[in-house]
Each structure stands twice: as structure tokens, then as C-alpha cells.
Design a binder for this molecule. Structure first.
Ligand code: ANZ
Ligand code: ZN
Length: 800
């Protein structure tokens, strides 16, 4: 058979679609398997080879599972709200709706050309009213449960995109979207209280099977810290200054305190502070800095002492100065710290610069030179003296604090509440009404979806206001409570909203009564296997786990965790080993590969190019190698002889079934394909294979290169589609190499025998022969002139 890929691929894609082979059934006696891949953002650039790699992983698993008798849900959709489309709309004066629709059509066509076995009857688009109605519904449920709040805050603001950014979207002080420098701006911010779920999100990790580094990234992002709260007194005032510390054992080494410049106690005691002018000046400078700039460890410490007020160390009664400094953040702990310069690097630098006393309380370092952060014996610490175990000393200190009523054990999380509003058009409108009489009022559930009005000008306002603020017909409304005139919230949700629950909508995409039917959710959830990019294992994964956990708490879903298992693929780099990018001109268009070599080759190549989880550069000659491999697969049809098994090939077939089956499960697609390549070489060396063997071969290859395998299956008279056939089984006993005993000749005379595996390769056979005790003396001091090996028969070594 010829590898006429254009004809074969179009034919089978059409047949699969017509027969609905990949439709998931909602009422099935089969065990279920839910495979989820991250749905694409339908950008104008269309599909990227990265998408192919991302989807091919679970594509293989899904096709294999169907053959194993599972009812498989392998859906796809579009995460289509967001800035790139909106920015493009502004640039081209085209409506984002039209851009999105066009891009989705294009993307769908491209995905179908690759032959992914998605259930195309369940496609979702987060920008459709019947979808975002439920995104808004979840938001209102959170509002109802007190998980939504509004507060004025200094926010990370991108002056170029004119949007407020979360900390995660502005890492390194740069806008994640346009890479401009982020500034601080006071804004009304809607927050989702994700911090209330910090502990649940941490605990939930114990019951899921994520790759270890994915789990670790989530643990770090949640950032649980254990320590204590301690109350210091402001001298001569009835005022406590509370701090959070991880090291209450160092309390006797506290020689000053530091408050964040934004700390409210500063204003409260402004009249007692004699240098308030200097303080205000410093606060103004800090206000312009991003959190990133402020927390850089290496930067020179700055600060101002609050003249006129002092604090008292609650354990020893000593008076100590209070400073403000930008290295203390208002948003963490209590916004104030007890400083222990002897044992904290930042405090040390600060103390050196401001000439503050440094008291050693842990032995082991040289505090004349640097802070000592290691372990050691406690000194200068009253009842803590003599402790050498840090944990015990901390426990003892907390016990004392609690006994004296001046502190208690406490935990903190690095995770912040989720800034949830954006001043943009292309997003879900936040369903909130501002009433001058009643305040903040949620849009009634019956009024959902709160539709995005159709507008012509998407430019944000000058001060970064949402474009919706300019639409009077949208803004003006009646208050649902008092029926008086009111105004709608004009901000929209961030792009992360729609992707925080999409896996639930696939289960029941057309439901008008609920986000998905309860019974169907019960049947399909949790997602059995979720694969996606490493760049989404913190934000998207945390946000969606949070929403799902919330839905669990209010009884909408039946499992606390949405994803039972999570893996990630590595990047595809350009042939130059650099990340593919338009500016570098090293982008490979997957459709070009489909056009020239076919979808099966593209699929085989992206899985064969290297370890699935690692980054690997594109290599054109390896693409051609995959093409030759599939041509050789097609030609197997021409050497089929008879049925049953070929004795010489039997072990190899059993071994290959075992290896390919296991490798697929471990996402070692490259070694699975390599095993099939080795097997095909062996088959050609042998000269023929049986029909039954060819069936096994194409079944193993089918998840990777389904079109060509389906064509061969049909040629062989196979019934129905391969998806409806069965996964090949192997016999463990037959995976073990049979051994043969062959004669070893020296200069044509038999001098010994050697036992080697059947079909042993030459190099191995010769090496084994030379080690046979009877043979060794014949080789000593001689030169080997010639070596002859007849597989499974004889070794002859000619010596001089
Ligand atoms: C005294 C001390 C002594 C501290 C010592 C550390 C070492 P993590 O692990 O990140 O939770 N801290 C507390 N709140 C802060 C804030 N808002 N901004 C900046 N720093 C803050 O670290 C907690 C430690 O970071 C706390 O423990 C506090 O310094 C500081 F040898 O208190 B420590
Ligand atoms: Zn009202």
C-alpha cells in the first residue's frame, strides 16, 4: 500500500466525524475516562506546533482507552475572552466578536486536519452568553458566600495596556502582556477571597497525582509559613503593635521594629511623631515602587525612624526604636516586624546602616561580619538559654507568649486575594449594581446572563476606565432592591475566569438550567488526566482548583479536587534551539507539515522528537525520518503471508506490545515509537509477517498515526473502526528472550559453545563468545584477523 496521505487522511477524518466515533456517551455501562487538555486561546496566529504537542499526549491515551473499553470524554473548546483579541480589535477597528468567531473557525479547521479525536459535539466558547452566564453565576454564588469584596488598593497597573494586573501577571515588575514597566495606582478593586481557601488548596494536593514539580510549584505559590503573632506595646500609649514572626525564639535579640510605610498606626500617632515631614516624603517615594522593587534582597536598605514614639519588647521590657522601611510590606503578616539584626540578613543590613545595636542570641556565627541564620545554642535569652534545637526553642517561646497573653502561634500564606476586575471590554461583565441608597447589590440570578453590550469603540478611557463606562444604556439601570436609579459595575472579569470551570461545562455543554447536570457531573468528575503547559501550573491550576473547591463546598460538584492527575509537556524549540517566536523567524507552521508530509507524520514526529516533558528543538530531517517510517508501515501490507504467529518474531511482538503499552502510560511516546521502528526493521529482516501480526502492529501505532492505521485495518477487512476494536494483549512469559546454544570455532575448529539470546546482535554474540572459558586460551597473545557470526548458528574467529 502507498502512503497516499492526502486521500487517506481526508477519508478517515470524514468517516470518523460522520460516524461520531469519538462522541462520549453520558449513559454508558463502560468505565469512564475523562482526558482534559488546556483549551486554546483562539489568537489570530492560529495553531502552533506547541498545540500539537500539548494535545498529542492525551490524544494517544484517549485512543488507547477507547480500545481498552472505556467511555472516553476528550473535549476541546476555546478560551476566547482576553486582551490580545481586544487589542487587535482596537488596532483593526473590527469587533472582537467577529475576530473571535473567525479565529475559532480557522482553529477548528486546523485542529480537524490533524485528526485529533476530540468530541466535537461538546465544543465550548467562553465568550458565548450561554457559557458566561454560568461564569457570572459562580461569581454571584461567591458574592453570596462572602468570598467577593471590594477595596481601594494600590494596584499593579500597566500604563500601556491600561489595565490592573495581578501580582502573577506583573512578575518582575513587567506587564505579562506587553512587557512594559508596571506602576502603582490607587483603584477600586474587586477581590475573590482565595486566601480563605489557602489551607484547603494545600491539603487537597495530598490526594492528587500531579508531577512532583507541579505540586511543588503550587505549594510554593500558596506559601504557607508557620510562626507566631507577638504584641509589642507602644511606650506610654495604650497601643499594641502586633507583628508576625517565624522566629519567636529570637525575641531577646529584637533591637528595633519596622512598620510598612502604609501602616495605619503612623497616621494615628502623627502628632507624636516629630519628623512627620520626612516620614511623608519617604512614604511618597515608596508609593511609586512596585512590590518587586521593594522586596529585592540585594538593594540598599532605606527607611526613616519615627522620632517621638518607641516600642517595648514584651519579654524584657526594653525600649526600642521604631522605623518605617519599604522592605516591610503591608500586605503580608501584620505589616510590621520585630527586627533581629543578628539573625536576619535584611535586618542586619538595616541595623548597620542606621547604627542600631545588634544582640547575638544564637551562637555559631560572627555577628561582627554578618547575620547568622544557622542553628546553634541560644544565649542572652533568659528562659531560652541553652536550647540548641530551633523547633523546641520556638515552641517554648510560643508557650511563654501564650501564657503571658502577649502572643500566639499563627500561620500566614504568601498567596494574596485574587484581584478580579479588569478595565476592559472583552470579558464577562461583573454582575454587580451600585445603588446610591443600597450600596453594592448583586444582579439577580434570573437576569443572567448580564450581556456584554454591542459597542463600536473599545478604547479604554484615559484614566484606565473600562470602555463599558462610556455606554450609558449599559451603565444606567434600576436597583433590584429599591427600584431607584442605579449604575452598573463597568469592569469585566480577568481572562482566568472562564478557564476556572470549563472542564465542568464539557460534561453538559447545552444545559440551560445549571452549569451542568448533577448526575452527569457525578459520572464524569474528576478529570482523570489533565495535561498542559508548565506556565499554567500555578495561576490557572490554583484558580480552577479554588473555584471547583468552592463549588464542592456549596454542593454543586461531588469531588473536592477537579483533576486526579496532572502532567505537562515540554516546549518545542526552533531548529536553532531557541524558543519559537515570530521575531526570531524560527516558527514552524504545523499546517505546512500536514500539507507536505501529512498529519500522521506531524503527530508521529512531535511525539518522537524527544522526551515528552522536556524541551526539544525542531528537526526537519527527523520529520522526513518519520515519513519514511510510515511509508514502511504502509508497505507491510505487501509482505503479509498467512495468519497466526511467526515463530522468529513472536518474542519481539510480545515485548513490543508490553513496551508500547507501558511507555504510552508513562508519556514516553518517543521510546514507544522507537520500539515500533525497531520491530519494523526486524520484520523486514525476516521478510514477511502474518496478517495477525500486522493487526497488532497497526493497533499499537494507531494512537499516534491513526489515519494510516485505520486504512490498513480496512484493507485487512477489520470490522468497524479501530477505536471500537481492542488493545493488543501480551503474554509475559513470551516477552522473555529464548536462548540458543551455538558453537564457537577458532580458525574453523569447534573449541566451545556459548549460550546467547535468540536473534542476538553480532556485537553481543562475539563478546559473549570471547568470554567462554574454553575459548579464552585460544585468543591469548593472538591477533584477531576475522570474525564471522551467523545468527542463531555459529561464531568463527580467525586468529594469527
Ligand atoms: C523576626 C525574625 C528573626 C524573622 C529572624 C526572621 C528571621 P516568611 O517565611 O516569609 O513567612 N516579616 C514578617 N512580616 C513581614 C512583612 N510584612 N514584610 C516583610 N517581612 C516580614 O518570613 C516571615 C519573616 O519575615 C518574619 O519573621 C519577619 O521577620 C519577616 F532571625 O521576625 B522574622
Ligand atoms: Zn437600591
Amino acid at each position: 500500500m502507498k502512503h497516499d496521505f492526502k486521500v487517506i487522511e481526508a477519508k478517515w477524518q470524514k468517516k470518523w466525524e460522520e460516524a461520531g466515533v469519538f462522541r462520549a456517551e453520558d449513559n454508558s455501562d463502560k468505565p469512564k475516562f475523562y482526558a482534559l487538555v488546556e483549551f486554546p486561546y483562539p489568537s489570530g496566529a492560529g495553531m502552533h506546533v506547541g498545540h500539537i504537542k500539548a494535545y498529542s499526549g492525551l490524544e494517544v491515551i484517549s485512543r488507547k482507552r477507547r480500545m481498552e473499553g472505556y467511555n472516553v470524554l476528550f473535549p476541546i473548546g476555546f478560551d476566547a475572552f482576553g486582551l490580545p483579541t481586544e487589542n487587535y480589535a482596537i488596532k483593526t477597528k473590527t469587533h472582537p466578536r467577529k475576530i473571535t468567531d473567525d479565529n475559532i473557525v480557522k482553529f477548528t479547521e486546523q485542529l480537524k486536519k490533524v485528526g485529533f479525536s476530540f468530541d466535537w459535539s461538546r465544543v465550548i466558547d467562553t465568550t458565548q452568553e450561554d457559557y458566561y452566564k454560568w461564569t457570572q453565576w459562580i461569581f454571584l454564588k461567591m458574592f453570596e458566600k462572602g468570598l467577593v469584596f471590594r477595596s481601594k488598593a494600590l494596584v499593579n497597573y500597566c500604563p500601556s495596556c491600561k489595565v490592573v494586573l495581578s501580582n502573577e501577571d506583573s512578575q518582575g515588575g513587567k506587564c505579562d502582556i506587553c512587557k512594559s514597566d508596571v506602576i502603582q495606582k490607587a483603584k477600586d478593586v474587586w477581590y475573590l477571597r482565595i486566601t480563605e481557601y489557602a489551607e484547603k488548596l494545600l491539603q487537597g494536593l495530598e490526594e492528587v497525582d500531579y508531577l512532583p514539580n507541579i505540586k511543588q510549584q503550587q505549594v510554593n505559590w500558596i506559601g504557607k509559613s508557620t510562626g507566631a503573632f507577638v504584641d509589642f506595646l507602644i511606650a506610654d500609649k495604650e497601643e499594641k503593635l502586633r507583628v508576625y514572626t517565624t522566629r519567636p525564639d529570637t525575641l531577646f535579640g529584637v533591637t528595633f521594629m519596622v512598620m510598612a510605610p502604609e501602616h495605619p498606626l503612623i497616621d494615628k500617632y502623627a502628632k507624636d511623631i516629630s519628623n512627620m515631614n520626612e516620614v511623608e516624603e519617604y512614604r511618597n517615594v515608596c508609593a511609586k515602587k512596585t512590590e518587586f522593587e521593594r522586596t529585592q534582597l540585594v538593594k540598599e536598605k532605606t527607611g526613616v525612624r519615627l522620632n517621638g514614639i518607641e516600642a517595648i519588647n514584651p519579654l524584657n521590657g526594653k525600649r526600642i526604636p521604631i522605623y518605617i522601611a519599604d522592605y516591610v510590606m503591608m500586605g503580608y503578616g501584620t505589616g510590621a516586624i520585630m527586627a533581629v539584626p543578628a539573625h536576619d540578613e535584611r535586618d542586619y543590613e538595616f541595623a548597620k546602616k542606621f547604627g542600631i545595636e545588634i544582640i547575638e542570641v544564637i551562637k555559631g556565627g560572627n555577628i561582627a561580619e554578618a547575620a547568622y541564620t544557622g542553628d546553634g545554642e541560644m544565649v542572652n535569652s533568659d528562659f531560652l538559654n541553652g536550647y540548641t534545637n530551633k523547633k523546641e526553642a520556638i515552641a517554648r517561646a510560643i508557650e511563654e507568649l501564650e501564657k503571658r497573653g502577649i502572643g500566639e502561634a499563627g500561620v500566614q500564606y504568601k498567596m494574596k486575594d485574587w484581584a478580579f476586575n479588569r478595565q476592559r471590554y472583552w470579558g464577562e461583565p461583573i454582575p454587580i449594581i451600585h445603588c446610591p441608597k443600597c450600596g453594592v447589590i448583586p444582579v439577580p440570578y434570573e437576569e443572567l446572563p448580564l450581556r456584554l453590550p454591542d459597542i463600536e469603540n473599545f478604547e479604554p478611557g484615559v484614566d484606565g476606565e473600562s470602555p463599558l463606562a462610556k455606554i450609558d444604556s449599559f451603565v444606567n439601570c434600576t436597583c433590584p432592591k429599591c427600584k431607584g436609579a442605579a449604575k452598573r459595575e463597568t469592569d469585566t472579569m480577568p481572562q482566568w475566569a472562564g478557564s476556572s470551570w470549563y472542564f465542568l461545562r464539557y460534561i453538559d455543554p447545552n444545559n440551560n438550567e445549571a452549569l451542568a447536570d448533577k448526575e452527569k457531573i457525578k459520572y464524569w468528575m474528576p478529570v482523570d488526566w489533565y495535561n498542559g503547559g508548565m506556565e499554567h501550573v500555578t495561576r490557572h491550576m490554583i484558580y480552577s482548583r479554588f473555584w471547583h473547591r468552592f463549588l464542592y463546598d456549596i454542593g454543586v460538584v461531588n469531588t473536592p479536587e477537579p483533576y486526579a492527575k496532572r502532567t505537562a509537556q515540554g516546549l518545542i524549540l526552533g531548529p536553532d534551539g531557541e524558543k519559537m517566536s515570530k521575531s526570531k523567524g524560527n516558527v514552524v507552521d504545523p499546517l505546512d507539515v500536514v500539507e507536505v508530509y501529512g498529519a500522521d507524520v506531524l503527530r508521529t514526529y512531535v511525539l518522537f522528537m524527544g522526551d515528552y516533558a522536556s524541551a526539544a528543538p525542531w528537526n526537519d530531517s527527523a520529520v522526513r525520518g518519520c515519513k519514511r517510517f510510515l511509508e514502511r508501515v504502509c508497505s507491510l501490507c505487501d509482505i503479509v503471508k498467512g495468519e497466526g504467529t511467526t515463530p522468529e518474531l513472536e518474542t519481539s511482538f510480545h515485548k513490543t506490545i508490553k513496551k508500547v503499552s507501558n511507555d504510552y502510560e508513562e508519556m514516553k511516546y518517543n521510546t514507544a515509537i522507537a520500539a515500533l521502528m525497531a520491530l519494523i526493521n526486524e520484520i523486514y529482516d525476516h521478510g514477511s509477517l502474518t496478517k495477525d501480526e500486522l493487526v497488532i502492529f497497526i493497533k499499537l501505532l494507531y494512537p499516534v498515526a491513526p489515519h494510516v492505521c485505520e486504512e490498513i485495518w480496512e484493507k485487512l477487512g477489520g470490522e468497524g473502526f479501530l477505536a471500537q476494536s481492542s488493545w493488543p494483549k501480551y503474554d509475559e512469559a513470551k516477552t522473555i528472550d529464548k536462548a540458543v546454544e551455538i558453537a564457537v570455532q577458532i580458525n574453523g575448529k569447534v573449541r566451545g559453545v556459548v549460550t546467547i539470546p535468540l536473534n542476538c546482535p553480532q556485537e553481543e554474540a562475539l563478546a559473549a563468545a570471547k568470554q567462554v572459558p574454553d575459548i579464552v586460551p585460544f585468543l591469548e597473545g593472538k591477533t584477531i584477523v576475522k570474525e564471522i557470526y551467523v545468527p542463531n548458528k555459529i561464531v568463527n574467529i580467525v586468529v594469527k
